[in-house]
Design a protein around this ligand. Structure first.
Ligand SMILES: *Cc1c(COP(=O)(O)O)cnc(C)c1O
Length: 376
């Protein structure tokens, strides 16, 4: 088995595809001859050559049997829910997952009779307390947004197995470079590939990785829900994945440098980064992650919006995981619609800034923050 840097470059590549090309050609055709071969490619069936090659690389990166690539993270999540749940089922969802899950639960899942409990806390006991006879799935995200709490995935996987639950982990923040949940006994891994997997803030996609058996139901739903990714975008994703390890390792080291810099800064109240010994998740993170990721958040002693308005390099922007450093205030973005009281209880305060660290020079990022903090 090759190491992950090698897999990122070579995994999935089908060298028989064309006249000796080193990279995968882009098959933009929506129509494929069916007289010769067994399977019949059609883009919505996620089985064109570009789909297969890209999915095989992702499966190899996450060390899973099967992967599927979707048009967005939410298309991937929807296929997992629609594939494995039915009316009357109950799911346990970590309370600080991606905000879109709340809206999906409210607007779609409820309508189809699927019951959801959002669980506060990150311990197995917190989830065990909410278990019901009809609980079918356990849905987690680690590290979480925006406080970077890390969930003990091995412990959660064991809890799920004991209770016959399908365990699902959103691995968007960690990437397979830092964490491979399937190796920790989790059943299904998914990503918003819009973030680190594509990594250049110019491509929307999502992925699911799991065993052949678990994928069967997801595939049935996926081809009917229609969230396929076009060939040109698949090729862009495949290309981006070749530099995934380089990018993420640089983001890991930059984020640690920035986190340590901010922790010592007099204008900073608190830094949330699982790679800092001061973070409550440091021990769990050290046990299951190879690197601590490129995301961090911090609270400012004073008006955080001044920091956002006065940087030269770091852009105030939505989303995350790109090569460029960007930041935002969760109270204005991801948690805008969460009532103030609830937000405070979750620790999402008005002075909190979330930073997605890019691959620029770490000193330049620190200097940019330092200059901006000087005006607070
Ligand atoms: C962005 C994001 C999603 C949703 O993905 P889209 O690609 O926007 O559909 C899901 N989970 C996490 C952790 C995200 O950051």
């Amino acid at each position: 088995m090759f190491k992950i840097s090698t897999v990122a470059v070579h995994g999935g590549t089908d060298r028989d595809l064309s006249a000796g090309a080193v990279t995968t050609p882009v098959f933009s055709s929506t129509s494929f001859r069916y007289l010769n071969e067994g399977d019949m490619p059609y883009p919505r069936y996620l089985n064109t050559p570009n789909h297969k090659v890209t999915a095989a690389k992702i499966a190899a990166l996450e060390r899973g049997e099967k992967a599927l690539v979707f048009a967005s993270g939410l298309a991937a999540i929807s296929a997992v829910f629609m594939g494995h749940l039915k009316p009357g089922n109950h799911i346990l969802v970590q309370a600080d997952v991606y905000g879109g899950i709340f809206h999906l639960a409210d607007s779609v899942l409820k309508k189809f009779g699927i019951e959801i409990t959002f669980v506060r806390g990150h311990k197995v006991e917190d989830f065990r307390e909410q278990l019901k006879p009809n609980t079918k799935m356990l849905y987690l995200e680690s590290p979480s947004n925006p406080l970077l709490s890390v969930v003990n995935l091995r412990g959660m996987a064991a809890f799920a197995k004991e209770n016959n639950l399908i365990s699902v982990v959103d691995n968007t923040f960690a990437t397979p470079v830092n964490q491979q949940p399937l190796l920790l006994d989790i059943d299904i891994v998914l990503h918003s590939g819009t973030k680190y997997l594509s990594g250049h803030s110019d491509l929307m996609c999502g992925v699911v990785v799991t065993s052949e058996m678990m994928m069967e139901h997801i595939y049935e739903a996926a081809i009917m829900l229609g969230g396929t990714l076009p060939a040109t975008e698949l090729a862009l994703l495949e290309r981006s994945l070749k530099t995934l390890v380089l990018r993420v390792e640089k983001q890991n080291s930059n984020a640690l440098t920035v986190a340590r810099f901010l922790e010592r800064h007099p204008k900073i109240e608190k830094v949330n980064y699982p790679g800092l010994e001061s973070h409550p998740s440091f021990r769990v993170a050290s046990g299951q992650m190879k690197g601590f990721g490129g995301m961090l958040s911090f609270t400012v002693k004073g008006d955080a919006s001044i920091v956002l308005k006065n940087t030269e390099l770091i852009q105030p922007a939505l989303s995350l995981g790109g090569v460029e450093s960007i930041f935002c205030m969760p109270v204005h973005t991801s948690h805008l619609r969460v009532p103030a009281e609830e937000r405070e209880a979750m620790g999402i305060t008005d002075n909190l800034i979330r930073l997605s660290v890019g691959i620029e020079d770490a000193d330049d990022i620190c200097t940019d923050l330092n200059n901006s903090l000087a005006l607070v």
